[in-house]
Design a protein around this ligand. Structure first.
Ligand code: CMC
Length: 444
């Protein structure tokens, strides 16, 4: 297949100037080519089956753009991550999470008045229906908090009927605000349930991240004042995880939503997908690996194992499907990690020492350099979260709290897209062809 023709300007365009030619069984087919603002062009194959009778084959969707989106852009080669055009580092350094939520949801950074209004709306929705607390007692005490999240978030649709009409833009907006507001409350409740402590109601005088820490680490018999370094680190972690383009959980949310499912159910599907170790669970694995290494003198042994193709061991927290350069979030996370460890007086933490040394060695090692294997966000987030006081079972839950805004922004964008249709991938079938039913007595 070849692409040809002129393209004009930088504006995203479907007035295709370019086309790709596909030669198949002696016939030529012209396929339109569209250009985005930045990033690779896409070849439109929506008519391919109708015109040629063929499907495309792309397991893992590594070459497939599943939608048009204006929310997040990643350039993996350059190590660039933009939310609505703004570099992640600038947002993390200068902004806060609720400002980022406004940006992702509505497309622009809020004015002061918009920010105050948005903060107020989120704050006023942080409590959950009191009856929901009974849900938690139905789970075994040792249930994984992600299992609780999948169930309870899905159950929101049974409590908030006035925000499940996906065709009403006002209801869609309320659902988005509710979800952003209630996720920290539900996550903190899941944590409190697992440690056998009473649930803490949200505090409206605290900002989003500080309130979350209060709900997790406060107890009714004492007044808990969240440490400002901790609250800032938490806020930063939320910003860094807020969206990441069409990753597995986001694509799950979009696919679930494409059938017209209610938004709470869609986010619950996203949470289930995020739980997988290849997606949200890697920071836990990275922390465990650093603890297993234990001291810098054991690093060469683990590096050797990571390179050995007969050993399934991989350096956890290294490499990324999209970033073939330093993950821009990892740089911010590294700074965050140092600040938190310094604040708790643990900057001599042996795990951090191992992490720094391992990073240095791996970045100079030919194997990792040649394969463009750089530390990803999970390399440092596990150490930071542990220092903040979270058990490893909560790491993915925190990821889900942060990613909720991305999921809901992507879900809204999909519902509002006039080209939206129910998602229905096709397949290359390699099972048996049609055959007659064999009665039991003839089955050998
Ligand atoms: N340690 C050692 N070798 C590695 C690693 C690693 N962490 N990652 C990739 N490689 C090697 C791999 O063996 C292959 O080598 P070769 O070409 O000789 O066969 C080469 O690098 C390319 O690997 P790949 O598996 O084709 O790369 P991928 O893009 O499919 O995998 C990955 C990406 C993240 C699954 C993988 O790098 C990995 O398993 N990393 C460790 C787990 C991890 O940190 N995951 C978190 C990802 S970020 C979370 C998120 O954004 O949601």
């Amino acid at each position: 297949m070849s692409t040809a023709g002129d393209t004009q300007g930088l504006a995203p365009s479907k007035d295709n100037q370019k086309s790709a030619k596909l030669s198949l069984d002696g016939k030529d087919f012209d396929l339109p080519v569209y250009e985005g603002t930045v990033g690779p062009d896409v070849i439109d194959i929506t008519r391919l089956y109708g015109d040629t009778g063929n499907f495309t084959y792309d397991p893992g969707f590594t070459s497939t753009a599943s939608c048009e989106s204006k929310i997040t852009y990643i350039d993996g080669e350059k190590g660039l991550l933009l939310y609505r055009g703004y570099p992640i580092a600038e947002l993390a350094e200068n902004g806060n999470f609720l400002e980022t939520c406004h940006l992702l949801l509505y497309g622009e950074l809020p004015t002061k008045a918009q920010q105050e209004d948005f903060n107020e709306r989120v704050t006023m929705h942080t409590m959950v229906h009191e009856q929901m607390t009974r849900f938690f007692t139905g789970f075994r005490r040792d249930a994984h908090p992600m299992a609780i999240m999948v169930g309870v978030v899905g159950a929101l649709s049974a409590f908030y009927h006035d925000s499940t009409d996906i065709n009403d833009p006002v209801q869609r907006d309320i659902a988005a605000i509710r979800m952003i507001a209630k996720m920290p409350t539900i996550a903190a409740m899941a944590y409190k349930y697992s440690v056998g402590q009473p649930f803490m109601y949200p505090r409206n005088d605290l900002d989003y991240a500080a309130n979350f820490l209060h709900m997790c680490f406060g107890v009714p018999c004492d007044r808990y004042e969240p440490d400002s370094v901790f609250a800032e680190a938490m806020d930063n972690i939320f910003i860094l995880h807020a969206d990441h383009e069409q990753n597995a959980s986001t694509s799950t949310v979009r696919l679930a939503g494409s059938s017209g499912a209610n938004p709470f159910g869609c986010i619950s599907a996203g949470i289930a997908c995020l739980w997988g170790p290849a997606h949200g669970g890697a920071n836990e694995a990275a922390l465990r690996m650093l603890e297993e290494i234990g001291s810098a003198d054991r690093i060469p042994e683990f590096i050797k194992r990571a390179k050995d193709k007969d050993d399934p061991f991989r350096l956890m927290g290294f490499g990324h499907r999209v970033y073939k350069n330093y993950d821009p979030r990892a740089k911010i996370m590294q700074k965050n990690c140092h600040e938190v460890l310094q604040a708790i007086g643990a900057d001599r933490d042996p795990t951090l020492k191992v992490a720094l040394e391992l990073e240095k060695i791996a970045l100079e090692d030919e194997y990792f350099v040649d394969r463009k294997l750089y530390p990803n966000i999970d390399f440092y987030s596990g150490i930071t979260l542990r220092a903040l006081g979270f058990p490893t079972s909560m790491f993915t839950v925190l990821f889900a709290v942060a990613r909720t805004v991305g999921w809901i922004a992507q879900w809204k964008e999909m519902i509002e897209d006039p080209e939206q249709r129910i998602g229905r991938p096709r397949q290359l079938y390699t099972g048996p062809d049609e055959r007659p039913y064999v009665p039991m007595k003839d089955r050998g």
